[in-house]
Design a protein around this ligand. Structure first.
Ligand code: TRP
Length: 450
């Protein structure tokens, strides 16, 4: 017999866990450069607008489904369905979510493994182990294989301990540490030459760029990835949330933490890049855009740290600790999705289920590592560009069209007396029925046909 379902013990614990899921590599290597390349503060306003008008309502859909059904993605969508046909659709969408998040986790672990390797590299540099350093920073298959498996193991250790003793405990320790390190690094970088140019590149608004239709759509896609939507991650965290909590408020806080930390990350990344530029490091790619993604993290910034003299290794150490924390609090939220499904469906012990799934996902990681050129980009694009928004669309349809409106309201009223008269209830149902599905469909059509 499986143990009773877990529940977060406090609002703080839930917020740290959900914000930990949302704040990941995307916030640090995607958002800041994207903002700087696409209109600065104008992009920031656009992103905030989309995050709160479209991504937040979709986040609410997942949290409400989760808390109401107290179940994993498959069980939850089945429960909402009024007839066997729709229950079947629920199973399919739930399964597709589990498969998608499992694949997202396998490429995420590889990238997170690089962060771990670079973290150890800063230690190796401090003690002068040059050979180790060379191996750690060289993009070799054996290094990638070892570190993606080590990172998976860390994820497995946290998840096997359960909701309170694993997810909540670690998120509550790691997220405050992340914010602390981020702020320290920002303060330090701001004192360096070139930082103000970076700030200008990040923040001076250019509305002519930010309001192009293609950009609006890509910003929306980014907001969905950043809030971990569409694959049942937020659904499962919502299912561990106490009925005493006011859902619209809690969802709003999660969205604010995610966008707030993305904004802060920009205050670190752009000034750092322009400090690097002042020190002679190339920060633009061949097409003239700012280097983003892995190239930013493992080429541009390390080159910057090298120019910083003896302070550089300590800055590098702090930075890669930050990246590792951001990765780990996201990866645990991904692994929880299949683990909850297996535990609840097959009555398996949590530890067993976690190790079993962890080994399976580690094997997929290795498959990708050893077939990197053919598989990596493919897996990233299929899961995050194609699968995730499509599944997000189905989640909004389940809440907006399949689940009875009264049931949704009753769930909201738990922890929110008078929800029926609230501003939230006046507009959110309309959003989730019409605005969100149409916006997501627009993203999708643009992606597939243009
Ligand atoms: N949101 C995280 C980031 O910004 C990544 C993430 C965590 C995620 N859980 C997810 C993405 C579930 C998609 C689905 O990096």
């Amino acid at each position: 017999m499986a143990a009773a379902r877990g529940e977060f013990s406090s609002r703080f614990g839930f917020l740290m866990a959900a914000a930990g899921s949302a704040v990941g590599l995307g916030n640090i290597w995607g958002f800041p450069t994207n903002a700087a390349s696409n209109g600065g503060a104008a992009f920031l306003f656009l992103y905030l607008f989309l995050a709160f008008t479209l991504a937040y309502p979709a986040l609410m859909a997942e949290l409400i489904i989760g808390r109401h059904t107290r179940s994993n993605a498959v069980g939850a969508l089945r429960q909402l369905a009024p007839n066997p046909k729709l229950a079947k659709l629920g199973s399919v969408v739930g399964f597709a979510g589990i498969a998608t998040v499992t694949l997202i986790l396998s490429f995420y672990s590889i990238v997170s493994g690089w962060m771990l390797a670079w973290l150890l590299n800063s230690l190796a540099t401090i003690v002068g182990w040059d050979a180790a350093s060379a191996w750690l920073t060289n993009d070799g298959e054996s290094r990638n294989a070892i570190f993606s498996v080590v990172f998976m193991l860390l994820t497995v250790i946290v998840i096997s301990a359960g909701v309170r003793d694993g997810i909540e405990k670690w998120a509550s320790r790691l997220m405050p540490a992340l914010i602390f390190i981020l702020v320290l690094l920002i303060i330090y970088v701001m004192t360096l030459e070139g930082a103000m140019d970076g700030l200008r590149a990040y923040l001076v608004p250019d509305f002519s760029v930010a309001l192009q239709p293609g950009l609006i759509i890509s910003a929306l896609g980014q907001a969905f990835f950043s809030l971990s939507l569409g694959v049942g991650t937020m659904l499962i965290y919502g299912s561990y949330l106490s009925s005493r909590e006011n859902l619209p408020v809690i969802g709003g806080l999660v969205a604010m933490l995610d966008t707030g930390i993305a904004f802060l990350a920009g205050l670190l990344i752009l000034p750092s890049m322009y400090v690097a530029l002042a020190n002679g490091v190339e920060i633009f790619d061949a097409s003239g855009a700012l280097v983003a993604g892995p190239g930013l993290i493992i080429a541009v910034l390390p080159a910057l740290f090298d120019t910083m003299g003896s302070a550089g290794v300590f800055v590098a150490f702090a930075f890669f600790v930050l990246m590792t924390i951001a990765s780990l609090t996201s990866s645990i939220s991904m692994l929880e999705v299949p683990v909850a499904y297996v535990v609840e469906t097959f009555d398996t012990q949590r530890r067993k289920a976690t190790y079993f799934l962890g080994i399976g996902i580690a094997l997929i990681c290795l498959l990708i590592v050893y077939n990197f050129a053919t598989m990596f980009d493919l897996v990233v694009s299929v899961t995050t560009e194609y699968s995730q928004p499509l599944l997000g669309l189905f989640f909004t349809i389940f809440v907006g069209w399949i689940w009875k409106r009264n049931g949704v309201l009753q769930e909201l009223q738990k922890g929110y007396a008078g929800a029926e008269h609230s501003f939230f209830w006046k507009i959110w149902p309309f959003y989730i029925r019409f605005v969100c599905p149409i916006a997501i469909a627009a993203v999708y059509i643009q992606l597939v046909f243009f």
